[in-house]
Design a binder for this molecule. Structure first.
Ligand SMILES: [Zn+2]
Length: 340
């Protein structure tokens, strides 16, 4: 296997290249964690993916008005030199000091900027605790150490795990916001995988923790922004073309909302199964104009499926996740058991 640099430029167009990104990349260039070599890993064998450490000293300043980043808490721009490491559309960790760091998406590249320049608006700077300009270091989004969930929790870290076999193309079960970013969603993805042993099912989980709260502000990457350049496990399945994908999410509103670009018939099967599992709580299909409806072609749950038409995006309120997380997961597993 040819050894390649760990981050590839995802291309000049922001969102287009995600599904093609995995092709040919494999896991070259990534330090694989866990005791199981990837070529022996079966679906039920979950491994942590650990990127090669990167550390770049930068100065973080304000964006130009015309960059459109002023009111965007989640994005930054980087110099052309930095874009050779962290390309357009990828995620970076910006670390201001030992207590203040967060993940941002590279939304713009400033080729005329000094080599160490990063730009973000004041709302984005507030995520690392200051309205001012500051010096920082850029790192990979993910932790570069092998950790159990307990260790990651104690360290307040962000980790990626995958369970996959190269011939899988049935169902991808996704939890991009596990840990305490959206509580219980990682456990739900694992539950589905465990409920379908030996099935054509792969599972991808990201989990983030913080010691002092604020996991959402620190670790959340929108489902429409997640880029395989920053997630080596995701890169291995990004071009697979699964028949179906299901992603577990948490929302502040009550009940359950089922969206994504999968056929309504499938979403209705899931709605009925989940409704039976959660009693009187509201379980609805997302409205067409619902901003959390998960129908964007840029949403990971859609582009990871063949033709973009097999994704189911499930948003769940806090009570559902605390009281019924396993019942919802089992209902989802029961529906997909007949399909993969
Ligand atoms: Zn989410």
């Amino acid at each position: 296997m040819k050894h390649e640099t760990f981050i590839r430029l995802p291309g000049t167009t922001h969102h287009i290249s995600r599904r093609e990104f995995g092709a040919g990349l494999g896991i070259a260039g990534f330090a694989l964690a866990a005791g199981i070599p990837h070529n022996q890993a079966q679906a039920a064998s979950e491994i942590q993916m650990v990127p090669i450490p990167v550390s770049i000293s930068v100065s973080v300043t304000s964006p130009y008005e015309y960059q459109g980043l002023n009111d965007d808490p989640w994005s930054c721009s980087v110099s052309g030199a930095i874009a050779n490491v962290f390309g357009l559309g990828s995620q970076v960790r910006v670390r201001r000091n030992i207590d203040n760091f967060a993940i941002y998406t590279v939304a713009d590249v400033r080729y005329q900027d000094p080599v160490n320049r990063v730009r973000m608006g004041s709302a984005a700077r507030q995520r690392v605790g200051t309205p001012n300009v500051f010096s920082a270091t850029l790192h990979t989004a993910l932790a570069t150490k092998l950790m159990s969930d307990t260790q990651a929790k104690n360290a307040g870290e962000f980790v990626e795990r995958i369970a996959d076999a190269p011939h899988h193309h049935g169902l991808a079960v996704l939890a991009p916001h596990g840990g305490v970013i959206e509580v219980k969603t990682d456990l739900q993805a694992r539950w589905v995988m465990d409920a379908l042993p030996n099935a054509d099912v792969s599972c991808w989980i990201c989990s983030g923790w913080t010691s002092e709260g604020g996991a959402h502000a620190r670790w959340h990457v929108a489902s429409t922004e997640i880029h395989p350049a920053s997630f080596p496990g995701l890169a291995t399945i990004a071009d697979r073309g699964f028949a179906y994908a299901v992603a577990f999410h948490g929302m502040n509103a009550a009940g359950v909302r089922i969206g994504g670009s999968a056929p309504d018939e499938l979403k209705e099967m899931l709605r009925q199964a989940i409704q039976s599992a959660v009693g009187g709580y509201s379980v609805e299909l997302a409205a067409d104009d619902d901003p959390n409806g998960g129908t964007s072609p840029d949403n990971i749950v859609n582009w990871i499926t063949a033709g973009g038409g097999g994704g189911v995006h499930i948003e769940q309120g806090p009570l559902i996740r605390s009281k019924y997380w396993f019942a919802v997961a089992q209902a989802v597993a029961d529906v997909f058991r007949g399909l993969v």
